[in-house]
Design a protein around this ligand. Structure first.
Ligand code: FES
Length: 93
């Protein structure tokens, strides 16, 4: 099962392959906050410090929202990420 490590809190959780990063955040005490949950507000902005290739790619709408918010490499909206392998998440929202 994929492992999600939250670098801000040293928390690591295991999830089913293909599960939503947002669910893992909401079911554990993580530093990631959410608001719209639809990819529009960037409250949930994170950087994948490891495993950027272990999640489904961003669609054009997510790329646009991220682009307005940061120029950090591997930045994603946590509410839009599907986890397929081990990742390390850093919250910057
Ligand atoms: S919660 Fe608004 S973009 Fe993720």
């Amino acid at each position: 099962m994929p492992k999600i490590t939250f670098s801000d809190s040293s928390l690591t959780v295991e999830v089913e392959t293909g599960s939503a990063l947002m669910e893992a955040c909401e079911h554990n005490d993580t530093p990631v906050d959410f608001s719209c949950t639809m990819g529009a507000c960037a409250t949930c902005l994170v950087v994948l410090d490891a495993g950027a290739d272990q999640v489904d790619p961003a669609d054009d709408d997510e790329k646009q929202t991220v682009g307005y918010s940061t120029d950090e490499a591997n930045a994603r909206l946590a509410c839009q990420v599907t986890v397929n392998g081990d990742i390390t998440v850093r919250y910057i929202g």
